[in-house]
Ligand binder design. Sequence first.
Ligand code: ZN
Length: 361
Amino acid sequence: MAIKVYIPGPFRVATNNSSKIEGYGDDVGEVLKDVGRRYPGIKALIFDSKGEVADHVCVFINGRDINTLQNNGTKVTEGDEVSIVPAMSGGAVPFTEEQIRRYSRHIILPQVGGKGQRKLLGAKVLLIGAGGLGSPTALYLAAAGVGTLGIVDFDTVDISNLQRQILHHNHDVGRLKVTSAQESIADVNPDVQVIPHALALTSENALEIIRQYDIVVNGCDNFATRYLVNDACVFLNKPLVDGSIFLFEGQASVFMPGRGCYRCLYPAPPPPGMVPSCQEAGVLGVLPGIVGCVQAIETIKLILGIGEPLAGRLLLFDALSMDFRVMRLRKDPSCPVCGDNPTITELIDYEEFCGAPITVG
Ligand SMILES: [Zn+2]
């Protein structure tokens, strides 16, 4: 039997703006299930992961709460009207209609849903660098609705950056990268709060800045910062999503607290001058796009708690052979920072340790 179902404003994005749709069944549960089958967006909005009507949604029949009747088993007959009414207070902050439209492709994914989207909006991610790696990461995290993005970069935009640093545009040349990034992100998604840190990360300020965030994404271009960020994340128990690029090759990995760190892999940097910077050696423009996107996906997985993080593994990407390889990583018990008897227990002088100043690339 066809029963009229009233759809509230914020949910109409899933019903092509219809405020009334029809559902078929002999009781409320059947009608709702039928509606969910034909409108997957509605299914994601009204049912929880167990397939029950979510706690923040009430269902009424002819104005009476089904909880006061026979719940889902309440019989329906011709002419009855079922109304779906989401809670507006006392629970999670409801999405605005615009947010439901903006994030609809996330919300209909069972692995994300409204709950996951709220986690993304509540997450605080720190990006080290608004360059080649930080650009795609920042844009995708912003588009996905990661609510707070801190960006550390003291540099200004140079025209030679535009070959790969897609956060920045022609009119940004000469401006601070964090300012340019803030504007680009606001254009993508005004839900995102950008916290600019227009400074060089140092042993003096790193802990204080990193402490404010849930996850750190490393897109830096020099060894001093890479080791500084690694050590600071170990000391603060913050997950670190690492990425690096060189010529035509990239690397990415996730270091979870207690499960190894960058120094378990590379206890010390190469001697100064052995590995030239991108500025000296060049880099294929698209390459950081691939690695930065891998970092963005890993960050979103960590926030949502889905899938297997790229932890204990090192992804190697070779653009010329179009080859992705995964190396197994282990936590090194003799690691100087996260090992059983660490020799480094506080931040050190990384410029001296790496034998090179913090450069700009
Ligand atoms: Zn380690």
